[in-house]
Design a protein around this ligand. Sequence first.
Ligand SMILES: *Cc1c(COP(=O)(O)O)cnc(C)c1O
Length: 369
Amino acid sequence: MAKAEETVLQIDLAALEYNYQFLRQHLHTDTKFLAVVKAFAYGSDAQRIALKMQALGVDYFAVAYSKEGIALRKAGIHKPILVLHPLPLHFDELIQHCLEPSIYSAMVLRKFLNTAKRHGQTKYPLHLKFNTGLNRLGFWENDVDLIAKELKGRTEIKVASIFSHLAASEDVNEKDFTMRQIKSFENIAIKIDQTLGYRPFRHLLNTSGILNYSTAQYDMVRSGIGLYGYGNDPEFDRHLKPVATLKTVISQIHKIEPGETVGYNRAFASDSYRMTATLPLGHADGIGRQYGNGQTYVSINGKKAYIIGNVCMDMIMVDITDIDCKEGDEVIIFGKEFSAENFASSANTISYELLTGISQRVTRVFLEH
Ligand SMILES: *Cc1c(COP(=O)(O)O)cnc(C)c1O
């Protein structure tokens, strides 16, 4: 890979394949695998990631919103696409592009039934989402009878699957709570099979669920962050390969005299001679202000260069006083050695937020091997 001459997010598709194989090792061979590619595949590139996963034989995809699914269809994704949080406003387009909705409330169910009927559909696949403790989206365990009543005699749809989402699958201290969620999901599944008279397939686990609760894999698992190389635990991170590397270049080097300040609001005040490097990325690229003022560092020629002063919209300044470097040298913001998880945690956030926040202004480049 050529050295970065601008800010680029490098996407390593071989690492993606490696992570997929690693996650598969925790599963039975017949367990289906859903690749979560919402939010531009966690900030990387949904189309390239989905095409690669489709080629690797993944069974299902998930996005959050209908428009993300439509973009995948236009890119040549023909596998089923589950829309996790569809809004009734987009049900027509969703059906036109053969996307499969997660149905999470009675109101949404009625609206979808009407839309499916209007489109002359029969047995259109939908997925019932149950809330087992996350308290975010979904029917409750005791809604099963209500659902059965709504669905009685409605031939326009078929319940393809039922699913739920764990609230703390990465946290071993919450094992009892997670086990209660699993139990609740099983109760729901039994009731659904009885009341519908057929067996929709079942899925519950996200990445940390796969790694910590593989006995609850049922018929399918849904993985996002693990595919991109993070496992919410240093132990699992050791086995995974970060897919995304954010790199940039030194635009200019400054010599700062004692008493001078650097950046907006004069937030960094120097009490000695310092060397600083200005980098062409800022909060508009996804490196938020929380990373500024010495909170975290980037890597220049293998050394830590702390971000000083306030992060600007299009630039950050880093302290290179003790680093042998020059204008034009490459800078790693995060990647394989300096992980996005470490970078994010230095400012009290998580890899998910950092990765999905890398803006569309940043050029994506792809490594195939
Ligand atoms: C985002 C999401 C996932 C993926 O979670 P990871 O922790 O990234 O594996 C799975 N299921 C649902 C319902 C989600 O919203």
